[in-house]
Design a protein around this ligand. Structure first.
Ligand SMILES: Cc1cc2nc3c(=O)[nH]c(=O)nc-3n(C[C@H](O)[C@H](O)[C@H](O)COP(=O)(O)O)c2cc1C
Length: 506
């Protein structure tokens, strides 16, 4: 018995000495590697120990998110916002206790103006239908205030697109394909679809990368495809085309896009054939003629002289020639992959560009002709309600719906290693995303969002969200006082020569 214990102990001792020796040898090897390499100054000056810096910075991301960051602190979306989405996806009551954890003092905070006699539940109306593209063969009428913003199949995985497609159908909202073409997964759920034409014309291109009318007709033949959107730019990367890293270009994605498999897919930084507003209007007219469906443009606004130029050109051609809608992206919009300087500091934020765009269209008597769809960090009801007050007819969200799919903001969309299976083509990781479960969450998120925007509208004394106007929201200033949005952005007068074109209601 004692002999047995002694021999086990001696084996353990040998193992320990072996492991210790291996560890010391490992440290010596790392020391030599670090000391002799020349691309990392910290490791060269502090061999081995310098490696902990990188390990701790990686771990820091995790610790900050779960242990140290306060509810309202993180970027791009803080925990309170993400948790609101999560509660909304569960379809249960979205009430919280005790009081708001949101500071209402920072300049820019919107405060909605509740009225003394809010709308009684019995008087509340359903969100009104809004028609897009009255002059085309198949106009589109939609009640859906809140919709799924452009995210391409490629940036998103198969189960993510499937869950969004089914969820959109259940909630009655539309889904934008993004620039990666139309896949069977978009169609699967039966929802309304907006087909986006990016600068590489994925899905509707010929072998030279030019727009192909036959393919356009094929896409338009799907009844579900309700509108076409020409993407000029995106808030996260204005002046830069789409970027799909090589590891995400699978055979299926390559086939749908019309590009080679396994090679990074970089689209041109603008439509090569659109050099000015006249050519833009030509392209709108062409796609509308070929498809018979409403055609709009998507852009983030920085310089804005071209918008007035476009309005003048529209009047010269006749108001039928206008884009049927304008999707305005905020400079702080999201993306699968983009260079940081473009993401951070190029393109105006929606808070400034949305009232401005709406006013330009109003000034030219085109406010009702060109519907405005606003996107950019609108993931909770107050942000959506603000956008409606400021001048949007519809609001789109990309990252809100990613949260509904289970996104944990790990910021790995460009790496094919998304831990929640949303932006990866790794089958093992996709296993975590069950479209059957997530479609219900997508639908619940959308429905609860609309419901709570309605709650804000009723508190302001109007029957439904589309009746919200600028005077219903005040914006906190740096003096601490709030000023009504209609005082900050007063509606300009309609230019006299255009007063006849269309009655501006909003
Ligand atoms: C993963 C991902 C992929 C995207 N792909 C596209 C795209 O293909 N085309 C496009 O116009 N915008 C794309 N966007 C931008 C969104 O459509 C949207 O305009 C922007 O993210 C702002 O909305 P959000 O703040 O709700 O995310 C993408 C965004 C994300 C997060």
């Amino acid at each position: 018995m004692t002999g047995g214990i002694l021999s086990v102990l001696s084996v353990l001792t040998y193992i320990f000495i072996f492991l210790l020796g291996a560890a010391i040898l490992g440290v010596i090897v790392l020391f030599v590697v670090d000391y002799t390499q020349n691309h990392d100054a910290i490791r060269r000056n502090y061999p081995v120990i310098g490696r902990f810096r990188r390990i701790f910075s990686k771990l820091g991301e995790f610790f900050r998110q779960y242990f140290f960051a306060m509810d309202r602190e993180e970027m791009p979306f803080n925990r309170a916002e993400r948790e609101w989405v999560e509660r909304a996806t569960r379809g249960k009551g979205n009430t919280i206790a005790f009081g708001s954890t949101k500071s209402l003092e920072p300049p820019g905070t919107p405060i909605f103006v509740n009225c003394a006699f809010p709308t009684l539940d019995k008087d509340a109306a359903e969100t009104a239908t809004c028609e897009i593209g009255p002059y085309c063969e198949h106009p589109y009428a939609s009640r859906s205030l809140f919709n799924i913003s452009a995210m391409s199949f490629g940036a998103l995985s198969v189960p993510a697109v499937r869950a969004l497609s089914h969820g959109a159908k259940m909630a009655g909202c539309w889904m934008n394909t993004g620039e990666g073409g139309l896949s069977p997964y978009h169609l699967e759920g039966g929802c309304d679809i907006v087909f986006q034409i990016g600068t590489a014309k994925y899905g509707v291109r010929d072998s030279d990368g030019n727009l192909c009318d036959d393919k356009l007709r094929e896409v338009a033949a799907h009844e579900q495809v309700r509108m076409f959107e020409i993407k000029l730019s995106q808030g996260a990367k204005p002046g830069k085309g789409g970027i799909l890293p090589a590891e995400k270009v699978s055979r299926e994605i390559a086939e749908i896009r019309g590009i080679p498999e396994g090679q990074a897919s970089i689209s041109p930084n603008r439509h090569p054939e659109i050099n000015n507003v006249e050519q833009l209007l030509d392209m709108v007219a062409h796609i509308r003629n070929v498809t018979g469906k409403p055609v709009g443009i998507k852009s983030v606004v920085g310089a804005y002289g071209w918008l007035e130029e476009m309005c003048e050109a529209i009047h010269k051609r006749g108001i039928e020639s206008a884009p049927d809608f304008f999707t305005l992206d905020g400079g702080d919009g999201g993306t699968g992959a983009a260079p940081m300087p473009l993401m951070d500091n190029v393109g105006l934020n929606l808070k400034e560009s949305l009232p401005m765009l709406s006013d330009i269209f109003h000034k030219y008597g085109l406010r009702e002709r060109i519907r405005i769809i606003a996107a950019g960090k609108r993931i909770t009801p107050s942000e959506v309600a603000w956008a409606i007050c400021a001048g949007a007819d519809f609001v789109n969200s990309a990252r809100g719906f990613m949260f509904a799919l289970g996104c944990i903001q790990s910021l790995k969309c460009h790496k094919n290693t998304c831990p929640t299976g949303i932006t990866t083509h790794d089958k093992r990781l996709q296993r975590g995303l069950d479209p059957e479960d997530k479609k219900v969450k997508v639908a619940n998120y959308c429905k609860n969002m609309v419901h709570e925007v309605e709650v804000i509208a009723h508190s302001c004394g109007v029957d439904e969200p589309r009746q919200l106007r600028r005077h219903h929201v005040r914006i906190v200033q740096d003096t601490g006082k709030s000023v009504a949005l209609n005082a900050l952005y007063p509606r300009p007068a309609i230019l006299p020569q255009y007063t006849e074109s269309m009655s501006p209601v909003r």
